[in-house]
Ligand binder design. Structure first.
Ligand SMILES: Nc1ncnc2c1ncn2[C@@H]1O[C@H](COP(=O)(O)OP(=O)(O)OP(=O)(O)O)[C@@H](O)[C@H]1O
Ligand SMILES: [Mg+2]
Length: 250
């Protein structure tokens, strides 16, 4: 579905490349986590995927079509929820549809459905400040879904939350994904979170980034937290942590 072919990128203000000759593939409906040391370029990779930055060379395609010829193929959900404080929950969720100039009735119906689904329908006329951090992230996710794209780019969406809320949202996200089978790319610093959620983990181990090291998580869905205690999973976790620490000391 998503394909990077020999992509090289550098920021104008830098004199070194951030990404050099990177190639990878993501299949339709896959759930993939991306981990790597702080500042290694994970958010930059997302900016390339959603077209906010352009590579100097190489190609980025979705189902064979260069992304510059496509619109609305990906939705980005940032670490902070970025909801507009002066808009109600319903109006926040409708924003992408408003930008597409959808009719009022259509927006209302879609917002109702999605808020029902994320369990927040009764909050539709409230404001972001009236909701907890976890609820705001669910609103943010609902908005990303209403943007209508199959490819979801989730950039540390749970990292600002307390650990119990986070665990709840991880389980919730998996249920949503199993229902919809969107393609998800998920950036996290948390190795356990990456393993619990995804089918594959891409690890960034070099700079400039020339490749992702790919690890397959040997677990089926639905998953339980107890699965994390399996010895092969604990070993995988240790191996990934070791990889990340090697990168840190470089
Ligand atoms: N617009 C920009 N112009 C120049 N350099 C940038 C720009 N945005 C980010 N960078 C630099 O690119 C590098 C990678 O940044 P990026 O945000 O992609 O890292 P990251 O892996 O997402 O880090 P973190 O885990 O802390 O979020 C950093 O050194 C950063 O300073
Ligand atoms: Mg980042």
């Amino acid at each position: 579905m998503l394909k990077f072919d020999n992509v090289t990128f550098k920021y104008d203000s830098d004199d070194y490349e951030m990404i050099k000759g990177l190639s990878f593939n993501v299949q339709d409906g896959e759930f993939i986590s991306l981990i790597g040391a702080s500042g290694c370029g994970k958010s930059t990779a997302f900016r390339l995927i959603n077209g906010l930055e352009k590579p100097q060379s190489g190609s980025i395609t979705i189902n064979g079509t260069p992304i510059k010829e496509l619109k609305n193929y990906s939705s980005y959900m940032p670490q902070k929820d970025l909801l507009y404080p002066w808009r109600t929950i319903e109006k926040n969720v409708c924003l992408p549809m408003e930008l597409r100039k959808e009719s009022k009735e259509k927006m209302k119906k879609a917002a109702e459905e999605i808020l029902e689904e994320v369990g927040l329908l009764e909050y539709r006329n409230k404001y972001p400040r009236d909701l907890s951090g976890g609820m705001r992230q669910r609103v943010s996710f609902a908005r990303a879904l209403l943007a209508g794209a199959n490819l979801l780019l989730l950039d540390e969406p749970f990292s600002a939350l307390d650990s119990l809320t986070r665990i709840g949202l991880q389980e919730w996200l998996l249920t949503e994904w199993e229902k919809r089978k969107n393609t998800i790319l998920f950036v996290t610093h948390d190795v356990e979170e990456a393993i619990f959620l995804s089918q594959k983990v891409f690890v960034i181990t070099d700079r400039p980034i020339t490749h992702f090291e790919e690890y397959v998580v040997p677990l089926d869905y639905p998953r339980k937290r107890d699965d994390l205690k399996r010895s092969d999973i604990m070993e995988l976790k240790e191996e990934l942590i070791k990889k990340l620490r090697q990168e840190e000391v470089k």
